[in-house]
Design a protein around this ligand. Structure first.
Ligand SMILES: Cc1cc2nc3c(=O)[nH]c(=O)nc-3n(C[C@H](O)[C@H](O)[C@H](O)COP(=O)(O)O)c2cc1C
Length: 127
């Protein structure tokens, strides 16, 4: 597994339905995840889950979303080719034009210090 890095100018965006099924992904998402757009749509978002990620991080994410709160956090994602990349994510509930509850996530490149910090933290939390 090799680490790959976002460019400073990148913004990785995805949208899911209430169950976390991907309904939209932007070009930067496709680039970083190494999946084709059509492979992503309809897949559960945990397709990107990396083994370093603690269960508690996603439990906290869903707890925030279910209570209408925005969640911010550091996430390591696994790509289709088994590479990985770190992001700083902001995830929020939205209402679609047809009145459905969806969620959006917008991700920026984290600093090297942040990646170092969260790698150690998450490794220590490993269940
Ligand atoms: C909008 C949105 C974006 C998400 N983005 C990611 C992501 O980039 N990587 C990831 O592993 N999980 C992401 N998740 C969380 C997954 O839905 C899932 O909870 C997580 O991967 C843990 O998988 P598990 O519930 O099967 O243990 C996202 C969820 C939402 C609602």
């Amino acid at each position: 597994m090799a680490q790959i890095h976002m460019d400073d100018r990148m913004l990785i965006i995805s949208e899911t339905d209430e169950r976390g099924i991907i309904t939209f992904a932007n070009e930067d998402f496709v680039t970083m995840s190494q999946y084709d757009y059509n492979e992503l749509i309809g897949k559960p978002h945990n397709v990107l889950r990396h083994p370093i990620m603690p269960k508690a991080a996603f439990a906290d994410l869903w707890k925030h979303l279910k209570s209408d709160q925005i969640w911010n956090g550091f996430v390591c994602n696994r790509t289709k080719n088994n590479d990985y990349y770190w992001v700083y994510a902001t995830v929020a509930p939205i209402t679609t034009p047809t009145g459905e509850r969806h969620y959006i996530s917008i991700r920026k490149k984290p600093s090297e210090e942040e990646v170092k910090h969260y790698t150690a933290l998450y490794q220590g939390m490993r269940q």
